[in-house]
Design a protein around this ligand. Structure first.
Ligand SMILES: Cc1cc2nc3c(=O)[nH]c(=O)nc-3n(C[C@H](O)[C@H](O)[C@H](O)COP(=O)(O)OP(=O)(O)OC[C@H]3O[C@@H](n4cnc5c(N)ncnc54)[C@H](O)[C@@H]3O)c2cc1C
Length: 464
């Protein structure tokens, strides 16, 4: 039977859910941003800034307006939280469908990824043996931001969302558009307002039920990432290393990484190798390089007016990125992607002000230093010269924009959603976006968020 479904937030998860559920139901999208315009909400940082550039945005398509569409699965073997590992395993069967909705042109992403990992692993065995293997991040060459089907009733510039509930669920969603009060009756509500936006909506529901939940937004994690050094490979391995770092596969390119485990085995990081021309290990140049890569529009234009643009490593990056030409060099930047696990980092709202309390703890820094020492050991026999800062501090790391884990998921009473992504205290409300990703090793989260969206859509379709 057709249900009335309200989806709050039309970003990566929300767009995929809208397009899938509208095939069988009446779907209304409530989006805080404009249909075709982007807003960058002001953030008050209590602790460390996430990055110098915007790491998410509001508007139709959400953060897919900024992203690079790199697709990589989160491996179950890297996940400690058994409940989330179960959810991930269950969502695995949706990987191909998700990749296809995210512009991956080949028939099976799963098969393609597996074959490529095997091929690159084999190639790496010709020059060394990486103890924890390698992984491949696949970038479709053609992609665009996500949009929702015309069959969805898309309502944009929505403010002041409030809920009318009875004992079991939400009956009506009230909101304002251009100063006008409106409402939509519903059978099902899905909150997909992103890792930063969802806590605010959940707070409204908790208040509407007269409940309290002190840990809302607590546990926020990201991937701390940074360029941590340089390596110049020996002549005899340089051609194999060049093939190893990146593969052009026709309609997609893969960037390949060395996996690194912490001594305790619970944390997994990885290192990518980006073309460079010098052995300089300058934090200022790295920060500039990152800002140039992650910014767009006016921000990128402003970044261009810097003398750092002429640094040989930046020239190498521009050639590689914009023209797909890798300058002949045996020297590479090492891009380290680290893992965080849920702790005390937190996202919350003071009135309408978004507050982000993000830090990289001294224990994490200590662990990352250990992992960088392991990486150095792995590379030492391959390198003619190596210049890694194994004593990094938090200045060397910033957000990779993979915000996650502000909605606790699991079986305990401290968790807000169950393994079906259903809110525990209401029968017809689900949460699906980056906020329910509980752990993410070093893996970009977009593919997983999409898998969770298709899994939820199938469950709703089967239940109705
Ligand atoms: C520069 C950059 C590059 C990236 N590259 C990659 C990559 O290569 N691979 C990858 O996997 N990931 C990448 N990411 C991360 C990826 O884009 C995000 O993880 C993903 O978009 C998150 O999806 P989401 O659905 O959780 O949130 P979003 O896509 O952010 O969507 C949330 C939506 O909710 C709306 N919203 C928020 N609050 C409200 C409210 N109160 N009411 C109504 N609507 C609301 C927002 O406007 C937005 O549309 C990148 C990010 C950035 C910034």
């Amino acid at each position: 039977m057709k249900k009335k479904i309200v989806i709050i937030g039309g970003g990566l998860a929300g767009s995929l859910l809208c397009n899938e559920l509208v095939k069988n139901h009446n779907v209304t999208l409530l989006e805080i941003g404009g249909r075709n315009s982007l807003q960058f909400p002001k953030i008050h940082f209590i602790n460390k800034r996430l990055a110098e550039v915007n790491t998410f945005c509001f508007g139709g398509g959400g953060t897919t307006n900024l992203w690079h569409n790199g697709l990589i699965p989160i491996r179950g073997e890297d996940i400690i939280n058994s409940e989330f590992r179960e959810v991930l395993a269950d969502a695995r069967s949706f990987m191909d469908q998700t990749a296809s909705a995210l512009f991956f042109g080949k028939k099976s992403y799963t098969a393609e990824h597996q074959e490529l990992v095997a091929k690159v692993n084999l190639l790496s065995h010709t020059f060394t043996s990486f103890p924890h293997g390698i992984d491949c991040l696949l970038y479709p060459k053609k992609f665009k931001s996500l949009t929702v089907s015309n069959a969805v009733e898309g309502i944009y510039d929505v403010e002041n969302i409030e809920f009318k509930c009875d004992e079991t669920g939400v009956k009506t969603v009230n909101y304002t558009v251009n100063g006008q009060k409106r409402f939509t009756d519903c059978d099902i509500v899905i909150i997909s307002a992103g890792t930063m936006g969802t806590p605010k909506i959940l707070q409204k529901l908790i208040t509407a039920k007269g409940a309290t939940f002190e840990k809302l937004g607590v546990g926020f994690i990201d991937h701390p990432m940074g360029f941590v050094g340089k390596v110049k490979f020996k002549k005899e391995v340089s051609s194999a290393i060049k093939k190893f770092t990146s593969c052009d596969q026709g309609d997609y390119v893969s960037q390949n990484a060395v996996r690194i485990k912490s001594v305790c085995g619970n944390y997994t990081a990885c290192a990518y190798f980006r073309p460079a021309l010098t052995m300089d290990n300058s934090l200022a140049v790295y920060k500039y390089k990152s800002a140039l890569g992650a910014s767009n529009g006016m921000a990128r234009f402003k970044n261009i007016f810097s003398l750092k643009l002429f640094h040989p490593d930046i020239v190498a990056e521009i050639f590689a990125h914009l023209f797909g030409v890798t300058l002949p060099s045996r020297t590479y930047n090492i891009l380290f992607i680290a893992e965080q696990k849920r702790g005390l980092n937190r996202v919350y709202y003071d009135g309408d002000q978004l507050m982000v309390d993000w830090a990289i703890s001294p224990e994490e820094i200590k662990m990352y230093r250990g992992m960088l020492k392991s990486l150095k050991k792995m590379l030492i026999n391959l390198a003619e010269e190596i210049n890694i800062n194994t004593e990094i501090n938090e200045d060397w790391l910033w957000s990779q924009a993979h915000h996650s884990c502000t909605t606790p998921l699991g079986d305990s009473e401290n968790d807000l959603v169950d393994k079906d992504l259903k809110l525990k205290f209401l029968d017809n409300v689900f949460v699906c976006d980056g906020s329910v990703v509980q752990e993410h090793s070093y893996a970009n989260t977009g593919l997983t968020i999409g898998q969770l969206a298709f899994r939820l859509a199938e469950r709703i379709n089967n239940a109705c």
